[in-house]
Design a protein around this ligand. Structure first.
Ligand code: FDA
Length: 305
């Protein structure tokens, strides 16, 4: 039953009509639990609050599947404003973004032009930028763009998804670029042709790529809310005496907030991924799909109003 619900939610997450309705009617239906707000002012306030608690941040101006150049340029402009804000206010925050919002589905030229604009500004303000990983159909192209940009800029990283069969090969192939990578389980609905259908296999592969990347000597962001994976990472860094400057934990805003603070108290670096902006629908639906129990939470919120 849970699997059916997850698939229905993921299917709805890609619906353009629903995305437009969500944009129009703003942050409703309890999405505020996972999204910091619609404006840069609101997200700045959230970053300051998290920084005060000892948490680092990465912000994401929400938006995906952009199919015209003007909109892609506008998305890049939002990223530039965010970088300037981080720099000016000396916030402990990085930036995350999606290639499809920068024009990946339009042309190589558009996406490269927007990424270079963003990375120039980010270099100026010493801000690190992570390219989120989207669905499998964009994985190869995203990695190609990342490799090109990594040769020119040092302040860029990307994401590898443990549910994909290809992920260990990608880690091996990227090794020589000494990349800073965020490792995740993977959030999209993918066929068994390309991704492990069983959660237990995804978890095993997650552990495998964490070990590979750490032992390759490269910076590793372990992005998970799963205590078993967090424990595994702690043991691994202890066993192999890996410096605390070579890894961090990452979690999403609104999920396991107390655990984030516990890890900080234990002396680990923790970064919270904070999304903001009006286009929150796809992101919000993926969070619901990860934990259909949250649907009950959202429904309760609606009916209480
Ligand atoms: P898992 O789903 O097994 O959850 C473990 C436990 O965490 C659950 O039992 C529950 O207690 C808690 N939990 C998990 N999700 C929850 C939720 N939504 N609400 C409440 N509790 C929840 N994916 C991707 O494909 N591309 C990307 O670029 C990124 N980027 C990214 C950045 C960061 C910082 C994080 C933390 C995650 C991503 N992801 C992602 C999402 C990732 O792929 C994955 O879908 C989620 O992190 C959920 O998987 P977990 O590793 O948390 O384990």
């Amino acid at each position: 039953m849970e699997k059916v619900l997850r698939n229905v939610i993921l299917f709805l997450s890609k619906n353009r009509l629903l995305t437009n309705l969500a944009k129009k009617y703003g942050l409703r239906l309890g999405a505020g639990r996972f999204v910091a707000g619609e404006s840069i002012e609101l997200v700045t306030r959230v970053i300051k609050g998290l920084n005060k608690k000892g948490l680092d941040v990465t912000i994401d101006y929400l938006g995906e599947f952009v199919d015209n150049e003007a909109e892609a340029n506008e998305m890049a402009e939002h990223c530039i404003v965010a970088i300037e804000e981080i720099g000016k206010k000396k916030l402990k925050s990085q930036l995350s973004l999606k290639m499809t919002s920068m024009g990946l589905d339009i042309s190589d030229e558009v996406v490269m032009k927007n990424m270079c604009r963003i990375l120039e500004k980010a270099s100026e303000h010493n801000v690190f930028v992570t390219i989120d990983m989207e669905d499998y159909s964009r994985c190869e192209k995203t990695l190609e763009v990342f490799k090109k940009l990594k040769k020119k800029y040092n302040n860029i990283g990307t994401v590898i998804q443990a549910y994909l069969y290809r992920s260990a090969n990608d880690i091996a192939e990227l090794k020589k670029l000494r990349p800073n990578l965020r490792l995740v389980k993977g959030a999209y609905k993918e066929p068994a042709k390309v991704a492990y259908p069983l959660k237990s296999d995804v978890d095993e592969n997650f552990k495998k790529i964490i070990k590979m990347h750490l032992l390759n000597g490269n910076y590793t962001a372990v992005a998970t809310h799963d205590d078993a994976i967090i424990e595994y990472t702690k043991q691994l860094v202890k066993e192999f005496r890996i410096s605390k400057y070579q890894y961090e934990f990452q979690m999403l805003y609104g999920i396991r907030a107390e655990r984030q603070l516990e890890l900080v108290k234990e002396g680990y670096k923790v970064r919270v991924y904070v999304p903001y902006g009006t286009d929150w629908y796809g992101y919000f639906m993926r969070r619901l799909a990860e934990r259909p129990a949250n649907v009950a939470f959202i429904l309760k919120g609606i009916f209480k109003k």
